[in-house]
Design a protein around this ligand. Structure first.
Ligand code: FMN
Length: 217
């Protein structure tokens, strides 16, 4: 197979991206591009494949304004073309695992009984997460992987993004009605196109050197 994206393109896009502070509110992400970005979240890997997350897209301007107030008033929340909130599952019950096993069986045309061992592995592992908050924390780790997929995909498509952890998660949960559905907001992502006057766009990227972050044995 021909190399799908050449090295220099990937390197260029990874250094092109930055956590965008000011978006151009007039520039919207095209539907086809947004479709691909949503798919990048769906395609994210997760432990056992359980996809323990929910992605909430917010187009409503009034709700965006309310969320901005719960986000240190960061302008990206209202100025960006798109806003998505990544939420993690707060618990994992037998019914959820069963629904997942059913999906695997259907998708791969295999009997559910052939997955009994896998089901046992999953329920055994989930059962071992008995400390308070342990399941949510495990699900949260995976939600951040989805964040990485989204940010990288946006960069490759030449779409700007800003991950936002500077949010009041409790306020987000309340505004989005997440706890009743078994989810908790973790991180928001604003996506769109940088404003011409975002001073950060032209600043050099700050990173430790490769030797400082790699240990080679
Ligand atoms: C999980 C996470 C949360 C972040 N939260 C915010 C935020 O609330 N507001 C913001 O402006 N930038 C936020 N950032 C952006 C970081 O400050 C930024 O990624 C970092 O300084 C490196 O710069 P770069 O992404 O521009 O290369 C966040 C980044 C990550 C990964």
């Amino acid at each position: 197979m021909k190399q799908p994206v050449d090295n220099s393109t990937l390197e260029r896009q990874l250094s092109w991206r930055y956590a965008t502070k000011r978006f151009n509110p007039a520039k919207k992400i095209a539907a086809r591009d947004w479709d691909t970005l949503e798919q990048s979240l769906v395609a994210a890997p997760s432990s056992f494949g359980l996809e323990p997350w929910r992605f909430i897209t917010i187009a409503d301007a009034g709700l965006r304004k309310q969320l901005q107030a719960a986000s240190w008033n960061q302008p990206q929340v209202v100025e960006a073309s798109h806003l998505v909130v990544l939420a993690a599952k707060t618990s994992m019950d037998e019914a959820y695992v069963s629904a997942f096993i059913k999906r695997v069986a259907e998708t791969r045309s295999i009997p559910e009984s052939a997955l009994d061992g896998y089901r046992g592995m999953i329920t055994g592992f989930v059962g071992s997460l008995s400390a308070p908050g342990a399941v949510e924390s495990w699900c949260t780790n995976q939600t951040y992987l989805a964040l990485g997929m989204l940010l990288t995909s946006a960069a490759v498509l030449g779409i700007d993004a800003c991950p936002l952890e500077g949010i009041d998660r409790s306020a987000y949960n309340e505004l989005l009605g997440l706890p009743a559905k078994g989810y908790s907001a973790k991180v928001a992502v604003a996506l769109g196109y940088r404003a011409d006057d975002d001073a950060l766009a032209s600043m050099p990227k700050v990173r430790f050197s490769r030797d400082e972050v790699f240990e080679r044995r």
